[in-house]
Design a protein around this ligand. Sequence first.
Ligand code: 8YV
Length: 327
Amino acid sequence: PRERLSVVVTRRLPEAVETRLSELFDVKLRDNDAPMTREELTAAMKEADVLVPTITDIIDGGILGQAGENLRLIANYGAGVDNIDVATARQRGILVSNTPGVLTDDTADMTMALILAVTRRIPEGLGVMQKGDWTGWAPTALLGGRVGGRRLGILGMGRIGQAVARRASAFGMQVHYHNRRRLRPEVEQELEATYWDSLDQMVARMDVISINCPSTPSTFHLMNARRLKLMKPSAVIVNTSRGEVLDENALTRMIRAGGIAGAGLDVYEQGTNVNPRLRQLPNVVLLPHMSSATLEGRIEMGEKVIINIKTFEDGHRPPDQVVPAML
Ligand code: 8YV
């Protein structure tokens, strides 16, 4: 019988996923909850045939240059692959795969949760109850804005953007979008979504902006100071994709100056190093990168990783292979 593939997993994964991986491959599992240091990651890439990293592993050109001869597949546990230098991996003959599709609905759900939390002032209400400050119902207490009828501009109309569009329509919002490519007419019609070729023009007319595009060199700071200034002062912005798409410092300044009404963020430019000024604003709702964090989703992500490795082992292209041209 053929030797089993040596697979190194960089983080603890749900038990069901670790068990299944161990049944199928010669797996080295992580024995603690901390992310790997760069040294540990370098060592892992020297010994593995297949590496299963997560967003906390930065696989850049430098570290790929030190990878072992055996490393042939990087099966990312996650949809976004901005943590991986896909072009350099390809040059070195290392395939990259991801886990698209299985976290679409969870991320779209959380996008709606953030829109509602900001517009309906849920954290402020929570604060009142937690402090024991509630003195009873009052006609003008904690008035928010109604989401129904508001214009939502989705930046990035891929799987997640489209799932957000469906939910937003069900809440009575008017859906608009900007994307590199316009959707096919029948899809646009089904989603009742209005396409904007100009991001500037869309941004200026929306009540809510939702960032749903991946982080690539061409989406870096797409929402920069200039575009944030175009937003209506009554508008809010939510981000469940990647921090790099939004200039966090410019956003903080805009909100403090009253140029934007609020924000809901799940992702940050400097990872865990969140702008402290942002944390102090009552109209800003911050979450610790948890939009895809459901047990079901995490298990399905594991199943996708396993299918990608199995297919590769059988001599075929992983179904979720990522190539530079897709980015
Ligand atoms: C993943 C994410 O869980 O899939 C993504 O792109 O942002 C996450 O929520 C994370 O990347 C794990 O690697």
